[in-house]
Design a protein around this ligand. Sequence first.
Ligand SMILES: Cc1ncc(COP(=O)(O)O)c(C=O)c1O
Length: 452
Amino acid sequence: MLPELRTEIPGPRSRELAARLRRVESRNVTMLTAGWPVFWERAEGVNVWDADGNRFLDFTAGFGVAGLGHSATPVRDALTTQAGRLLHAMGDVHPAESKVELCEMLGELTFGRWGAGRGKTILGNSGSDAIEAALKTALLHSGKPGVLVFEGAYHGLGYGALEASALEFFREPFAAQLGRFAVSVPYPYCYRCPFGHGGGFALEGGEFPNCSSGCLEELQKRIRAEITRREIGAILVEPVQGRGGDIVPPRDFLRLLRQICDEEKILLIADEIYTGFNRTGRLFACEHSEVAPDIICLGKALTSGFPLSACVGRADVMDAWPESTGEALHTSTFLGNPLGCAMAVASLREHAKPETAAKVRAAGRHLLGVLQKISSPRIGHVRGVGLLVGLEMVREDGSPDPETAGRCVTSALREGILLLSGGRHGNVISLSPPFALAPEEADFLAGFLQKL
Ligand SMILES: Cc1ncc(COP(=O)(O)O)c(C=O)c1O
């Protein structure tokens, strides 16, 4: 359904709530400026209603969480049933049955499906938590503290995850408190090739760039040099870089990392917190390259709307953790919360259906197709895979244009379209809509962007 606006945006109720929030919430959490934000009241499918009764078309799926749609019926039903029985259990002491069921499903949908043995899971409460569980696992398994990461990486903002994230904006204010275990190398960002090749790349299969310029060889040299120089126990990578700018690397990138990890006997950790659960048209993005990581980190769409995450590893890797003798080394009060586990189990049943991935591929093809047809000097590059799509806004000289991206996001809100901007320069319009996005809804967005 296309947007339906009843008030100016934001309306009076949203403005009043913003004024109240300003008095009680710390600065630097919610951006409160003229024209921003609207307060969400309810949501269904691809639609969000705000506190003033305006209906928006959501191209964010609420940070990629609601791939199955806002308030997806099977997930809501599972939550309601679970809520009638048990809200909370003792996650690492006396857990609920739903934790068992979820860990079984996660192990089966990952390492089981990949023919890589059994998977074992550590649950967490946020994506950042899952990354930190993976970092700790890597140290226990390899005995080596170093972790190789990629420029532009976003792995969350807890101090372990932040040290592994390579976006200066988030790191700089806290640099004095960060550990020093991560080292970053360039991510294959074909539109702005870090090795200076740039331009002229072909699109193979419509989605993954086909790098023929040898950048992967240069990257390989850089990675091997770092591994020789430091005690690296793991490579942590987003198979498609999300908040760094929806950057789709060459298909061989992940295969190269797998090969290096095998040869150097280090762990490959895939951060699929954003890309996991069909966002890219496959259950997991690493499947596009037919690569199985040693550990996969999951969150966001795992539950379709509850703060719960998972670090799933091959059983022999996860068995680096000692048996618990009563005091778990890595846990938290809400670990394996029964509401979240029940929602995750219901979500995974939907995600495991082949028609879910097929729906994403079809909707993604249409969305990418209509966006690539837009002719605007302000849009330098449109890229994406499945329903993870980025539009890179540029100035006349081709340099990143965060101002236009920001203006686009705020003017879209006034047209009833929910967008986010991101990327390492803040100049990428980032799209991750619910999977039920209809062709006319994609066309509506394209019509708006065409007017820029
Ligand atoms: C790839 C990736 N990893 C980790 C995170 C952190 O997840 P959370 O915000 O739930 O801590 C995010 C969040 O956007 C992400 O996109």
